[in-house]
Ligand binder design. Sequence first.
Ligand SMILES: Nc1ncnc2c1ncn2[C@@H]1O[C@H](COP(=O)(O)OP(=O)(O)OP(=O)(O)O)[C@@H](O)[C@H]1O
Ligand SMILES: [Mg+2]
Length: 370
Amino acid sequence: MSVRARLTALYATLFLAAGGVLLGVSYWLVARHFERTLREEVASGVLADLRGQYLLALVGTTIVAVALGWIVAGRVLRPLAEITQTARRVSTDRLDERIALGGPQDELRELADTFDSMLDSLGGAFASQRRFVANASHELRTPLTVLRAEVDVTLADPDASVAELRAMGETVREATAEAEQLLDSLLVLARSEAGIERRAAVDLEAAAGRAVEATATEARVRGVAVRVEGEPVVVDGDPRLLERLVGNLVENAVRHNEEGGWALVRVGLAPSGEAEVAVENTGAPVPEVAAQRLLEPFQRLARRGDGPPGAGLGLSIVRSVAEAHGGSVELAPRAGGGLRVAVRWPISRSRAASAAPRAADSPIPAAART
Ligand SMILES: Nc1ncnc2c1ncn2[C@@H]1O[C@H](COP(=O)(O)OP(=O)(O)OP(=O)(O)O)[C@@H](O)[C@H]1O
Ligand SMILES: [Mg+2]
């Protein structure tokens, strides 16, 4: 039974009940009056007539009530039909459909508006997904094109020397490593977006130490002085993902730096009581507007080819991992150039309490831990 029919039936039943009660009371009052004023035979004759008329009136008005109920229910439910039709028309390819229901700001309008804004955000999500796939394919094609061209050129020369073949091997190896790196980043990003698989206590300070060690050679080559400051802070989370987060921040601070610059990695509790890893570094000035989009995938300040290597996935992995752990990323250009990126996440009370005393009696002076 449709909602329209149910509403009509409900309306008619209520009308019938109310009408019945009203006529019943009226009949009882009239009957009492007649009993007192008329003779019994006359009274019963008049009352019999009245009963027939009342019944007829009740049946008649009920039929009218059913008809009116049907029409009114139809009008009230019409927006619902519109919503249903739009929902039916919407598909992945046609996310631009909107209900755009006019009329008063009532519950149905609210439903339609909610549906429309859901379509807005779905549309946005699909568009960014498409952009992401396009960017990923483009990025992946670049090393493959290099690879192919290198092999083609060398094979076209029948007298290629061993040295030339070796040079080709080197380039092929570099291009393969680049593609591998990109795929690895894409996998990490997908994994972090899927949520946390494993949970363990992760010491962020130790992770920062390992990240600094891993970039030591690159830092030396670029003449960047790296320093770690802080206290052991332990958060619950996926060790591999958190390690990657810290690693990406430190790698960026070294890689996107300037000759003779510095990078400072600070691990500790933020004033808000959250665990924090903040990485600050010198470098070229970063415009404020450009800074905000760096957390999106495939966004770089330098054009591809100029500047240090990288696909532009590092910071989006940072954000995705932070959010998977209930944290947030704050990114701000430094006044004199370079960037400051801070990641904060909630920390359980027991862990915060156990972290503080250990920090105080840490045997290594903070400044020496590089
Ligand atoms: N610490 C930093 N200082 C200055 N610029 C930075 C810093 N971190 C990131 N950037 C800028 O933001 C861009 C995006 O960084 P992101 O880590 O996402 O990608 P990437 O380092 O280019 O590549 P990869 O995927 O290898 O990390 C960088 O290309 C760089 O221009
Ligand atoms: Mg990076």
